[in-house]
Every structure is written in structure tokens, then in C-alpha cells.
Design a protein around this ligand. Structure first.
Ligand code: XUL
Length: 514
């Protein structure tokens, strides 16, 4: 049996798989807001941050780990778990002093993780991926190495506010003494892996690429990027390694407290998106995942590490080897819900039957589907931009508006992911809005590729459990075949003969005009 742990923005979950019986045996999730109200983080982070600062309390993640394991121990016999894998929200960082590793080596099962590890934090709160407070640091880092294109060439992404390097630079500038006292800077993933294994764990190539510090081509810390970020950074960073590489046996604390076997292995953790790529069974190039959430995210496996010439997309290490791309779109459900509320619609308007009132590219209408600032492309929109019939431009006819919004979102994703240059064989659609057949049909039609939805919702935790099985010697592909199956009747084929080439031309020229 293998345990996958995913520490995401709003919850920490555990999922146990058994390869022999091909079954998911248990799933437990601790919701940060509901289950741990004492941390005053209803959505997993500390509210009220100023000037774009979004931080979380790292003690919250420790307490959630203890709580999840406690609950899991009442559902499964944890002595049967032979390996653990994991993932964490990307980019978030944890800062500890030299006592951390000694404390890890002496964890007392009669105490708890927060009490024992809290004194080692040198930065009381952890910046997370939602933070946008480091624009100045991004500019400084880019200038020091010769511009954003050079940062992207080295690290796979432009200097990005939420990425860890700019966050580290801000910490060094604002709290130099605390930075000096920091002996190790972990990502959420490597931090939790360390806490489980009782020693400093490496950062994997997937999550490490989300820092603006790792050289994508040679998968080592990039000396110029480190120098441009903060002094003496090389000695403060963990080693880099492939995800699922064995780190050590689980610390005795968990053996005594929760009944794990002392021979249970802990493998190197990765980021939630690389883990999701594994859990969706989409690690091979040609398959892409589109996650329709608050923000929409596109990710896919890639062989070569070529980067986005427009500078919006990111390239990370793929836990299956090679690379993966990831592109985030801020106006996801945010925009779908704004339109729904503006026209007082319900989701049936977005269903196949609702959409059937209009035809694809209805009357040549096109919409730039942005209700607020967008990151891909980076522009401070405040409302959608419309082109087409007078009636459409005036905002009439809700059915036309729904179709144009969904088509616009898909055209925007397709346009901003064309640099990947890999023909799409299959799209795996996930996230809240993915269950909607109308939305899935528009995705299939705009991309001219079949869409499938998987049985399992928590693909990051499943990916983490699959990575755990890899640590234990299983083949990733074989385990993916067992667990990453499409839901029955979930496949949607593109409409024969339909092409969005003309619509794409119109979309791109409308975008260029604003
Ligand atoms: C990816 C990103 C988010 C986080 C949180 O770059 O910032 O998807 O990983 O899930």
C-alpha cells in the first residue's frame, strides 16, 4: 500500500492506493479553514496582507499533517504502507534555522509537530503562490542577469512575482538578520517531506523549476540566478533530485504515534501541478490537462525544454522525466461566474442543451473573456471586449454571450499554448466546471481534440500516491494504467467538420487591437 499526501492551498489530503487490488483504499482531507479555525486562515492563508502580500502560517501545514495522519490511522492499518509520496502547492517557501534538523532527529511521539518545530522558523509566515508583492525584486533580478528573456532561457520562466527567488530576495532585503539566521529554505513540498523523513529532503526538478533559481537545461541551481537573488543562497538551498527518489525511512515519531512500519520509505515530494500531471495519467507528450478552476490552468508533458517566447508560460521538470509546461489563466471560473451572475443564468445555460440555442462562432461574434486583470496575456482588463453584431456588442442575448465567453476562453488558452508545438491527441479536463458537457464540447471543438474526464477528483493526491509506488519500485506507467481511468461515458468528440481557424484569426486581431 502507498500513501500520497497533497498539501494544497486550502486543504491537506492523504490518499492510499493498493496496486495489487487496483483500489483506492482511503481518502482523508483536512480543510484548513473548517478543521483548523485556530489558525484564522479560512482559505488557507492569512487574510489582510497588504500590497499584494499573501502569506500562510507554516504551523498550519504541520498541524494538518498530524491531524490527517491521525484520521488516516483510524481508516487503514498504516503498518501496511510501504512508501509515501507527496506534493505541495508550488512556489510557497519555508525558512528554518540550524536547529530544525536536530529537532527533526529528536521528534517525540508524546508531543506534536507544531510544538517541536515552531521554534526553528526564521520567517514566521510563508509567502505562497497567490502573493504578487515582489514586482520590484523581479525587475532587479531580471536586470542583474540581462533581462527577462535570459531569466526565462535559464529557468523556464520570466521572473515571476509568486516564484520563490523573488520572494527570497524580498525577505533578504526586508529582514537581513533573519535571512542570515536561516540555514535552509524549503518549498512546501520539500518541507513536508523533511518533516516525514526526519532529515533535510531535496527539492525535485518539477517544483524546483518554480523558483527562478534552477537551470532548466542542467537541473542544477543556476549560479548567476542565485547571485542575482540574495547572498550566500547556495548553502541555504536543499539539493535537487528527481521526484520519488527514496529520501529515507519514515521518522520514528510516526511509527510510534500512528503505527507506520519503521521500513516505510519516504520519496522526494513534488509540486501539486507536476503531481497532477502524474495523477491524470498525462505525463506523455500529446496529452494535455486543462483544469477549469477559479483560475484555468493548462499543463502538458514536453520532451524538450523550449520556453514561451511571449513569456507567460512556465516550463517545469516532469516527474516522469523530461519536461512539462504550465500556463495559468486568471479569468477562469471567475469570468464564467461573473457572466452567469450578470445575466442571472444558471449552469444549464452552459450545458449542451443551453448552448444548442446558438451555433459555433455564432454570427461571427468574438469575445475577449476577461472580467478583471489577466495574467495570460498580462493586462488589466475590467470587462470583456466584444466584436460582432451590434446586438452582441451591446450585450444582448445571454445565449450568445455564454457561447462567446466559452469560445473566447478556449481560443485564449489555445493561442497562448501554441508555443509548445505538440499535436494534441487527448485533452483531460478537470476542475469544477469540467463536469459540464456543454463546456467540454466547446473545448473539444476549439482544440479539435477529444476530451475525457477522469473518475478521480483529487489528481494531485493520486499522483503523489503513484509517485510513492514508484519509490517502492513500481513502473509509473503501469500504475497510471490501473488508476487513471476516464469516467464511463465521459468522452466528448470534436464536432466533425468544424474548425475554429477563422475564429482564431479574429480573436488574435481583436486581442492585438486592445
Ligand atoms: C502554479 C501555481 C498554482 C499553485 C497552487 O504556478 O502557482 O497552481 O501550484 O496550486
Amino acid at each position: 500500500m502507498h500513501l500520497g499526501i497533497d498539501s494544497s492551498t486550502q486543504s491537506l489530503s492523504g490518499l492510499v492506493i493498493d496496486v495489487a487490488s487496483k483500489k483506492i483504499l482511503a481518502e482523508v482531507s483536512v480543510n484548513f479553514g473548517e478543521d483548523l479555525p485556530q489558525f484564522h486562515s479560512p482559505n488557507g492563508f492569512l487574510p489582510g496582507g497588504e500590497a499584494g502580500e499573501v502569506h500562510a502560517d507554516p504551523c498550519l501545514w504541520l498541524e494538518a499533517l498530524d491531524m490527517m495522519l491521525q484520521q488516516m490511522s483510524s481508516q487503514v492499518d498504516l503498518s501496511q504502507i510501504t512508501s509515501i509520496g507527496g506534493s505541495g502547492q508550488q512556489h510557497g517557501s519555508v525558512y528554518v534555522d540550524g536547529s530544525f534538523v536536530e529537532r527533526l532527529g529528536a521528534l517525540d511521539p508524546h508531543s506534536d509537530l507544531v510544538t517541536m518545530l515552531k521554534p526553528s522558523f526564521t520567517r514566521v509566515t510563508s509567502p505562497i503562490w497567490m502573493d504578487t508583492s515582489t514586482a520590484a525584486q523581479c525587475r532587479e533580478i531580471a536586470a542583474a542577469v540581462g533581462g527577462d528573456a535570459e531569466v526565462c532561457r535559464r529557468t523556464g520562466s520570466n521572473a515571476i512575482e509568486r516564484f520563490t527567488g523573488p520572494q527570497i530576495r524580498k525577505f533578504w532585503q526586508q529582514e537581513p538578520a533573519a535571512y542570515e539566521r536561516t540555514s535552509r529554505i524549503h518549498l512546501v513540498s520539500s518541507f513536508l517531506c523533511s518533516v516525514l523523513s526526519g532529515c533535510h529532503a531535496p527539492i525535485d526538478f518539477g517544483d524546483g523549476a518554480g523558483m527562478n533559481l534552477m537551470n532548466l537545461a542542467d537541473r542544477e541551481w543556476d549560479r548567476e540566478m542565485l547571485a542575482a537573488t540574495a547572498p550566500s543562497l547556495a548553502v541555504k538551498l536543499p539539493a535537487l533530485s528527481a521526484a520519488a527518489t527514496p529520501v529515507s525511512m519514515i521518522a520514528e515519531y510516526y511509527v510510534v504515534k500512528y503505527g507506520f512500519s519503521p521500513s516505510c520509505q519516504v520519496g522526494v515530494f513534488t509540486g501539486d501541478n507536476p503531481a497532477s500531471l502524474v495523477g491524470m495519467g498525462a505525463t506523455t507528450p500529446g496529452q494535455v490537462v486543462i483544469s477549469l478552476g477559479t483560475s484555468d490552468t493548462f499543463f502538458a508533458g514536453m520532451n524538450a525544454p523550449h520556453t514561451d517566447p511571449r513569456g507567460f508560460g512556465h516550463v517545469f521538470g516532469n516527474p516522469a522525466g523530461g519536461y512539462m509546461c504550465l500556463v495559468c489563466f486568471r479569468n477562469g471560473s471567475l469570468a464564467r461566474e461573473s457572466l452567469r451572475d450578470q445575466y442571472q443564468l444558471d449552469w444549464s445555460a452552459f450545458e449542451r442543451s443551453g448552448l444548442s440555442q446558438t451555433s459555433p462562432m455564432h454570427d461571427g461574434n468574438v469575445m475577449l473573456p476577461f472580467f478583471g486583470p489577466e495574467i495570460t496575456p498580462r493586462k488589466d482588463f475590467s470587462q470583456p471586449v466584444r466584436s460582432g453584431t451590434e446586438s452582441f456588442k451591446c450585450g444582448n442575448n445571454p445565449a450568445e454571450q455564454v457561447r462567446a465567453l466559452l469560445e473566447g476562453q478556449c481560443l485564449n488558452i489555445k493561442h497562448h499554448t501554441d508555443w509548445i508545438g505538440i499535436p494534441i491527441d487527448r485533452i483531460l479536463l478537470t476542475g469544477g466546471a469540467s463536469r459540464n458537457d456543454g463546456i467540454a464540447q466547446v473545448v473539444a471543438d476549439v482544440f479539435s481534440a477529444p476530451v475525457e474526464r477522469l473518475l478521480i477528483a483529487n489528481s494531485a493526491a493520486l499522483g503523489a500516491a503513484i509517485l510513492a509506488s514508484v519509490t517502492d519500485g513500481h513502473s509509473m506507467t503501469e500504475v497510471q494504467e490501473l488508476f487513471c481511468q476516464p469516467a464511463p461515458d465521459s468522452r466528448i468528440e470534436p464536432t466533425p467538420g468544424l474548425t475554429y481557424e477563422l475564429a482564431m484569426e479574429k480573436y488574435v486581431s481583436l486581442l492585438a487591437s486592445v
